[in-house]
Design a binder for this molecule. Sequence first.
Ligand SMILES: [Fe+2]
Length: 179
Amino acid sequence: MAQIRIRNTNERIEGEAEVKAFLDSQEVVYEHWDANKLPVALREKFILSDDEKAEIISTYEAEIKDLAARRGYEIWDVISLSDVTPNIEELLKKFEQVHTHTEDEIRAIVSGKGIFIIKSEELGYFDVELEPGDVISVPENTNHFFTLMENREIVAVRLFIEKDGWVAYNIDDPDFIKA
Ligand SMILES: [Fe+2]
């Protein structure tokens, strides 16, 4: 289950109901899919063929289509990142830049871990640490970035309203202090 850390106070929020209530208050959509639906052969596997990516999509087809229908998402894919990803260091540097989009940013974690750093107008930046099964949608026009955790491995389903419309606007925010 996801955990929250509020950076200014170091307060942690744990437990599905508490995490969901906090994220609701921040207008961040948080849901949970059954991580155990993933075929055993694909669990914690970070180098994936196109067929294996298609198998992940078909495993969660009902959940993807349900979320897409409710939120107006039109397309989806699977991304995999790990130490074997070419240019992983450069990619991570690029990731760790506060930005906004004019669309939601949606990630459903399949394997590994990831973290969203999101700005709350009242509380400042908070971290959302995500595990397999966690599904998050960061609202449009909200300062945020996504990066890997110390294991540096993740597989996630991404959903988009319109892929071409998903442009990141970098923001130099004096309120953001690197942890
Ligand atoms: Fe983003």
